[in-house]
Design a protein around this ligand. Structure first.
Ligand SMILES: Cc1cc2nc3c(=O)[nH]c(=O)nc-3n(C[C@H](O)[C@H](O)[C@H](O)COP(=O)(O)OP(=O)(O)OC[C@H]3O[C@@H](n4cnc5c(N)ncnc54)[C@H](O)[C@@H]3O)c2cc1C
Length: 408
């Protein structure tokens, strides 16, 4: 177990400064343009690939950092640059983690490189779980995967929605129902390889914020994938289903809401994204408050402004500490008995929404225009309380642990 410290080590500081440089020099200057265009910023992803930020190697290095701080630190810096562009850069990583966590070595080796492509021909990947009638209630998912034993193929049918990079991805990871009696215990994940017939992009959403990140429906119409595309393999799935059926028989009821604990370890990463956006808006507001003069003095000389900045900074630091704690717990295999992962995501995302609104207030009329970045940051921040589980779902999970109901 790594020794406890509140400081980043030298190697982490070096990586953080390198990422900060990329965020400041490449991401931030492009942010307003891609927000207006509402398109995937391919040239920026390509730049990230050239310097090694957009790659499995980089992501895996941060993911396996024994202190747990590699991923939150990277997320905070990239999202400090711009949330929409950063999500376009890290969205593939979120799909890749699904394969890393559940796939066999062969699946990792085959599919993850195809998710990223290479610096001359970058590709993206999508993780498709949400459906029109299955958002917070993951267990009500309807997309079906049926095994065709004669051909050793799985046949996928259904409609996914809100998929980041959905339809433009080279590789899609699709979660589908293999046994409807088992709720979310009856789900499995599949790779849909590039160019597979039957997979099509549906509606592309025009969004409030993170507009440089592509979000769309994914339609699956008799999509046939080889048996080898079931993540983890058939034997493991059959064992898992048998165990779940046995448990369901013993408790005499259909398994419900079982997926809620799955996200505890990944939620701090979203918290870190929120910290990045909040910090970015706070810095703009601080700088503005020191330079904008009214009544013959900088506006920061008014306690009403300075106290807001003090609260903003305090909340951001508190959010980061919650994120780091949960990330450290995840990497050290600590059980999330008080839903510490959800706590970090809840507090950081609510902080980002609040801090970016305060930043607009401190910039006055300028804050309300697209001439200054805090308007965009406030629109971007609204996503953090929605995706990877809404704030209400985080509270539900935390409350369950307080009430003594185990999170499964
Ligand atoms: C930009 C964007 C990108 C996304 N990217 C992805 C992606 O890549 N892959 C993917 O699979 N999904 C993705 N999502 C989906 C996201 O995870 C869902 O939107 C989210 O889980 C909420 O589901 P919902 O939108 O259906 O809202 P609903 O579940 O319908 O919730 C609506 C409201 O009801 C509240 N609510 C629901 N149940 C309860 C309850 N039990 N108690 C109290 N309140 C409750 C919610 O908190 C919310 O306020 C993305 C979404 C967006 C907007």
């Amino acid at each position: 177990m790594a020794e406890f410290t509140m400081e980043l080590n030298d190697e982490q500081k070096e990586v953080r400064d390198w990422l900060h440089g990329f965020a400041a020099d490449v991401i931030r200057p492009a942010a307003a343009e891609w927000d207006e265009r509402e398109e995937t910023p391919w040239p920026v992803i390509q730049e990230a690939a050239k310097v090694g930020i957009y790659s499995l190697d980089f992501y895996a290095q941060q993911y396996f950092d024994p202190t747990g701080l590699g991923i939150p630190m990277a997320m905070e810096e990239l999202f400090w640059g711009d949330a929409g562009i950063a999500l376009s850069i890290v969205g593939t990583g979120l799909a890749a983690v699904g394969v890393l966590a559940n796939g066999t070595e062969e699946q990792v080796g085959t599919w993850i490189p195809q998710m990223y492509g290479d610096a001359n021909d970058v590709k993206v990947a999508a993780f498709c779980s949400s459906e029109p009638d299955a958002g917070s209630d993951v267990a009500s998912m309807r997309t079906r995967a049926v095994y065709d034993e004669a051909k050793d193929e799985w046949v996928l049918n259904g409609t996914k929605t809100w998929a980041t990079n959905g339809g433009i991805a080279n590789v899609h990871v699709v979660v589908a129902v293999v046994d409807p009696e088992l709720g979310s215990k009856g789900h499995a994940s599949f790779i849909v390889p590039p160019g597979t017939p039957g997979l099509a992009q549906g509606q592309k959403f025009k969004k409030h914020g993170i507009r440089a990140s592509h979000t769309a429906e994914v339609i699956l119409d008799n999509v046939r994938v080889p048996g080898s595309c079931l993540l983890g393999g058939k034997e493991k799935l059959d064992e898992r289903l048998a165990r779940a059926r046995e448990r369901a028989k013993q408790s005499g009821e259909r398994v419900k809401n079982a997926a809620m604990a799955t996200f505890e370890a990944s939620r701090p990463a979203v918290g870190a994204m929120a910290v990045g956006t909040a910090r970015a808006a706070y810095e703009v507001a601080l700088d503005y408050a020191k330079t904008r003069e009214q009544f013959g003095r900088p506006i920061i000389d008014n306690q009403g402004v300075a106290f807001q900045l003090a609260d903003m900074r305090t909340s951001i630091d508190a959010a980061r500490l919650l994120v780091w704690r949960a990330s450290w717990m995840a990497v050290n295999g600590k059980p999330f008995t008080a839903a510490e992962g959800s706590m970090s995501k809840l507090f950081a995302s609510e902080t980002a929404k609040k801090v970016t609104a305060q930043a607009i207030q401190i910039l006055g009329g300028n804050g309300y225009t697209r001439e200054y970045p805090v308007e965009r940051m406030h629109r971007d921040a609204a996503i953090y309380t929605i995706f990877e589980g809404t704030s209400e779902i985080q509270r539900l999970v935390i409350a369950r642990t307080l009430a003594g109901v185990p999170i499964r």
